[in-house]
Design a protein around this ligand. Structure first.
Ligand SMILES: [Zn+2]
Ligand SMILES: [Zn+2]
Length: 402
């Protein structure tokens, strides 16, 4: 196992250069055209065949025998609408966009893994599918990749692994757990219809602002009073917009926010309670209320226990047993969930925290940076996970074609 770490270290500069290049040209979900081109250029250089476009900008490459068993590795490509505030020399050149979630690192690490796997292709006991997907940040790119048959192409994927940079854990460690690792997430949009008028004569208006305020307050009791305290849940209203003038009661108010739960059933419960509570508070205040859940909600990211056991063994052999950090679930969400809903898999957090470098900001922060020493570790981890999973599938005789 350790030889993969050494091999990855030997191509460290190559991986870091790719990451820094991508970092300078961040692209939002489904617009990752340059990123996708960079990936395909490197795959061409390496002589690795791929399918493109998949879900707009996605690229699906393959290394190995072309026969079962088949294991997939996944990286996401999109950036965030954030103005970068770091002072790294390779900071974003795209105004208002930033790789603040480390997906530049994800792509670079998976390309690193592709290069190592290709160099050992003859020895591979099966097929490794490399999935570069668009639009993780709310665009459900993973869902569209699944719909495009990424898991079903011949040979079908039997296991899938994904890494996410993890600024809460120091470089050289890897976090994860069996079962639910990350939450289900759903966007909520609430529109309150009242009747506007002069702010000095509220009695001839129906005020949507006061009603909206009551709705926000009322929603707070769903989690605190209706949910089992041991079950996780979040109802956060993150935006309110209504009116312009200090002396006009506006006709409408709009609110938006996010719901989180650790289970699909929990999410159904939150949605139905948000809807009925909001509607009834509106009615009690003479307003009409419309609730919708735009976009594609993310299911919970659930790690297969056997894949987590395999990951723990791999991390132990690669980095040392003490480098495996078993953590509690978090309320962040991941569209890796769409893959693990279909095939057993495991999502892992790769430690990138380095206090000495000031790499301590969380993802989605304008000053987020990461310790690049983690990049070869991630590439080696990808390779080692795929090889061990292939070996185990082969030993089980699962999916062999004779
Ligand atoms: Zn993110
Ligand atoms: Zn992310």
């Amino acid at each position: 196992m350790r030889q993969w770490l050494e091999q990855a270290q030997s191509i460290r500069e190559w991986i870091v250069d790719i990451r820094r290049d991508l970092h300078q040209y961040p692209e939002l979900g489904y617009q990752e055209y340059r990123t996708s081109q960079v990936i395909r250029d490197h795959l061409d250089e390496l002589g690795i065949p791929y399918r493109h476009p998949v879900a707009e900008t996605g690229v699906v490459a393959q290394v190995g025998t072309g026969r079962p068993p088949c294991v997939a590795l996944r990286a996401d490509m999109d950036a965030l609408p954030i103005q970068e505030e770091t002072d790294v020399p390779f900071r974003s050149r795209h105004e208002g966009k930033m790789h603040a979630c480390g997906h530049d690192a994800h792509v670079a690490m998976l390309l690193g893994a592709a290069r190592l796997l290709k160099a050992h292709e003859r020895a591979l006991p099966g097929t490794v599918r490399l999935v570069f997907q668009p639009a993780e940040e709310g665009g459900a790119g993973g869902d569209r990749m699944c719909a495009a048959g990424v898991l079903d192409d011949d040979p079908p994927v039997q296991r899938i692994f994904g890494l996410h940079v993890w600024p809460f854990a120091p470089t050289g460690t890897v976090v994860g757990r069996a079962g639910t690792f990350m939450a289900a997430a759903c966007e909520v949009d609430i529109r309150v219809q009242g009747h506007g008028g002069h702010a000095a004569m509220p009695h001839i208006t129906v005020d949507p602002v006061v009603t909206a305020a009551k709705i926000v307050t009322e929603l707070q009791t769903i989690v605190s009073r209706e949910l089992d305290p041991l079950a996780g849940g979040v109802v956060s209203i993150t935006g309110i917009r209504a009116g312009e003038a200090f002396n006009v009661i506006p006709p409408t108010a709009r609110m938006w926010g996010t719901l989180r739960s650790l289970t699909a059933e929990g999410m159904d419960f939150l949605k139905s309670r948000v809807e009925s509570m909001t509607t009834l508070v509106g009615e009690a205040n003479r307003c009409r209320v419309q609730v919708s859940y735009p976009g594609t909600g993310y299911p919970p990211t659930v790690n297969d226990p056997d894949c987590w056991r395999l990951a723990q063994e791999v991390i132990g052999e690669l980095l040392g047993e003490e480098r495996v950090l078993e953590v509690a679930p978090i309320m962040g969400a991941e569209d890796f969930a769409f893959y693990t809903r279909r095939v057993p898999g495991c999502f892992l957090g790769l430690g990138v925290r380095n206090e000495a470098q000031g790499a301590t900001y969380p993802v989605h922060h304008p000053r987020f940076t990461l310790d690049e020493d983690a990049l070869p570790i991630g590439a080696a981890l990808h390779v080692a996970l795929a090889l061990k999973a292939l070996a185990e599938l082969r030993a089980k005789g699962a999916g062999l074609d004779g």
